[in-house]
Design a protein around this ligand. Sequence first.
Ligand code: GLC
Length: 450
Amino acid sequence: MTKNNILFAAAECAPFVKVGGLADVVGSLPKALKKLGVDVSVIIPFYESISIDEKDLDIIKRDVEVIFAGKIEKVDLYKTTLSNSDVQLILISNKKYFSGDPYSGDKTRFIFFSKAIIETADLMNFKTIHCHDWHTAIVPYLAKNIKTIFTIHNIAYQGVFDSETINLLIESNFSDEINCMELGIENSDIVTTVSPNYAKEILTPEFGFGLEKTLNKRKGSLFGIINGIDPDQFNPEKDKAIVQNYSFEKIDKKIINKESLQRECFDSVDLEIPLIGMVTRIADQKGFNLIEEALPELMRLKLQLVILGTGTEYYEKILTNTSNKYSDKMFVKTSFDDLLARKIYAGSDLFLMPSHFEPCGLGQMIAMSYGSLPIVREVGGLKDTVIPYDQKGATGFTFNEASSQALLKAVNTALDLFKEKSAWRKLQRDAMRRDFSWENSAKAYLNLYR
Ligand code: GLC
């Protein structure tokens, strides 16, 4: 049997199972690689929550043995394809370990997953395993005779286990606790992360989350490659979820989506009011402490705010309470709603991302494709993708300091420019014309594989 090429291993893959941006990357980058001729497959756990039509599902092999915690466990390997493609998606099925959602069970499930990945790669003759985030970061440590690449999507989640637990699970002899992400960084052939700027930032204590020293040792093998977005999925010209399709040439039509969004979220429609959207995890990382501080002032300004996301209860409450009090200015929905997300990208004038750190960020790229101008903090991939309004080819607004004052200053700058219709149009056009497709980044990965 000839050697298969690349096996993408991750905890999430859109549209089958998605919690965050990781899923979007794992569900779209392989398709771009395939277009370049790379033989790539994806492997994820077959969580109970995944539903796939039986006609789209084939069995690869039943009762594959995985040694875990000193016992023989069995998994079934299924396959299907990524949507609109012929990229093979392998699903590892085991009822005991993969019940519920990705992060509902005990996190030792990902050690089991990692052991099963090694068995599968061996069985199916893969040449390289491309691991993503801590859930598969122990694979490079466990793998023998196989090349590994490890991609960091979010260094804040590292997967730490005490030595007793891990020694039992993988029959090792660690004397201290282990950190999966650290093992991934140390043991993989190549380490990458999802933007050039973040690749620099994680070498510093401010952004390294304690792993900056480990990363500095691997500096020569660390690469930052910017994420792309799937142009079939996020395209205002084709998006079926929005009320009016439009392109940068027919940008005037975008306003119909604004009108409809205002109608859906507020009592009255006023197209002269700048509408700021957010589609986000409601977490500290995303800068909600800055928003909390800025809220009283934001509610005094001439603007409307539409926020969609789930996360920390504390912030969800503050946002919901404020939206109840200022129902003509602020709308909040704390659940997952892909349809509303798309309506926000299409219907908003501005898109806010005041993140404390942002490895890449996909929201700002989607927003720009839909002509909604991002207001972002200059960190990670946000800095790499948004050109500030006072520079040539500007596509949005940026601020540097992590403070509510800096955030408000950027918002005010944006609101001022909103009044200058022709300047605003130019920014929108330039934003919509930017190329956020995977093509260049897929080529960069291909180079690394070679
Ligand atoms: C994580 C990061 C985000 C990145 C995504 C995909 O969710 O927080 O910045 O865009 O992974 O790489």
